[in-house]
Design a protein around this ligand. Structure first.
Ligand SMILES: Cc1ncc(COP(=O)(O)O)c(C=O)c1O
Length: 395
């Protein structure tokens, strides 16, 4: 007999697609050598953090023997880090924020769980555009609520507000958007965001309680061809912005991110108190001390974005030459490509025979597509060319 819950046992049995592909990748690399495998499965930023991160760590090493250097701190984060984040996010979003509008979190994932813990009742619904970052379902189910994904139109997967409107009910507590978008690379434009906010105002009035808008933005820094991510906080008072430094500073393992509340949110002091409490009782207690101290120096810096832009162009050229159907990503380091024949799982399995690893769209709630993460060395992209061409009968 097992002590795990039925729900968890089911999750483990079904497994996540990314984990399955990751395991296949380990097997293939063992068998053929890592140079023979083109692994596009994981969104783990491969570029080194900017040099300031190393400099900061050297400085921190000098203070490591000071009492409380890495001791407990106020649950919402070091006050100076909250202030620095408030200043940065105010500039980015064009709204005045103070330190008390910011909660430093254990990455974006910690931030999303913290907010959901604070606002979801069992039976509530969270609506999100689909395909979607597959962890959302598990985060929402942590709190006995239901994720209601709504399929966006291929191939660009731009925000279709009309489709979202059809999914709103009296149980809708949260709408969760993510732009730049994993897995499609879509960046939602001003007009669609404005329409979404009008819809949320209207729906909140209709059901008699506010629908919270969560904007999950860990890829805000990574857009191409001059595309900009419009600010979200000024658009709707019940907006919570969540982001992290996993991707832009390549600190994914250090777990630092933040929640920022709209300055127009009614009762935001109480709401912030609720979030701080949630973060504490979920066991995060506070975001990591070292990560926060890095932020004080490194805020505003990014990994070498030009490398991602170059890789996007390289992989885009190969996919075009091979004859795949896809929209060029406007942001993130993902391509979401139509699987020829429509069976994404079969296609991804056949790709593995060419030693190319991709994740089926089914794992993101969108059958018929596959995701390629191009946070890999240029050489991996170059080596994948022959395999992609062969798959499409072009070699
Ligand atoms: C859309 C999206 N949201 C949240 C996360 C989690 O980010 P973090 O590592 O900061 O928790 C990821 C990570 O890949 C992501 O792609």
């Amino acid at each position: 007999m097992c002590v795990l819950t039925g729900q968890l046992t089911e999750y483990l049995e079904k497994g996540s697609w990314i984990r399955r592909i990751f395991e296949t990748g380990i097997e293939l690399k063992k068998k053929y050598g890592s140079q023979a495998v083109c692994d596009f499965s994981l969104g783990n930023p491969d570029l080194p953090p900017p040099p300031i991160v190393g400099e900061c760590l050297s400085e921190l090493a000098q203070t490591a023997s000071t009492p409380f250097a890495f001791g407990y701190m106020p649950n919402p984060g070091y006050p100076e880090v909250r202030q620095a984040l408030a200043t940065k996010v105010s500039q980015e979003q064009g709204v005045p924020l103070s330190a008390t509008d910011i909660l430093v979190t254990a990455g974006a994932a910690g931030g999303i769980n913290t907010v959901l813990r604070a606002v979801l009742e069992p039976g509530d619904e969270v609506v999100c555009p689909s395909p979607y970052f597959l962890e959302y379902k598990f985060y929402v189910e942590n709190f006995k609520a239901t994720l209601r994904p709504v399929l966006m139109p291929a191939p660009a997967f731009d925000l279709d507000v009309g489709a979202l409107a059809g999914a709103l009910t009296e149980k809708t507590r949260v709408v969760l958007i993510n732009s730049p978008h994993n897995p499609t690379g879509a960046v939602y434009g001003e007009e669609a965001l404005d329409r979404l906010c009008v819809l949320l105002e209207e729906h909140s009035r209709k059901i008699g309680h506010p629908v919270l808008l969560i904007a999950d933005e860990p890829y805000r820094f990574l857009t191409y061809d001059g595309v900009e991510v419009p600010p979200i906080l000024p658009r709707y008072p019940y907006t919570v912005l969540i982001s992290s430094f996993s991707k832009n500073l390549a600190l994914a393992g250090e777990r630092v991110g933040y929640i920022a509340l709209s300055p127009d949110m009614p009762d935001r002091t109480t709401i912030m108190n609720g979030l701080v409490f949630s973060s504490r009782v979920l066991g995060f207690v506070n975001a990591p001390a070292i990560g926060q101290k890095i932020l004080l120096k490194a805020l505003g810096e990014n990994v070498d974005v030009a490398s991602y832009a170059r890789r996007r162009d390289m992989l885009g050229d190969i996919l075009t030459e091979a004859g795949f159907e896809f929209a060029m990503p406007s942001g993130t380091f993902y391509f979401f490509v139509a699987a020829p024949g429509g069976d994404d799982i079969a296609f991804v399995n056949r790709l593995q025979e060419k030693r190319i690893l991709a994740v089926p769209g089914t794992g993101f709630g969108a059958k018929g597509f596959f995701r390629l993460a191009f946070c890999v060395e240029d050489d991996v992209i170059e080596r994948s060319r022959a395999g992609f061409l062969e798959m499409m009968g072009k070699a």
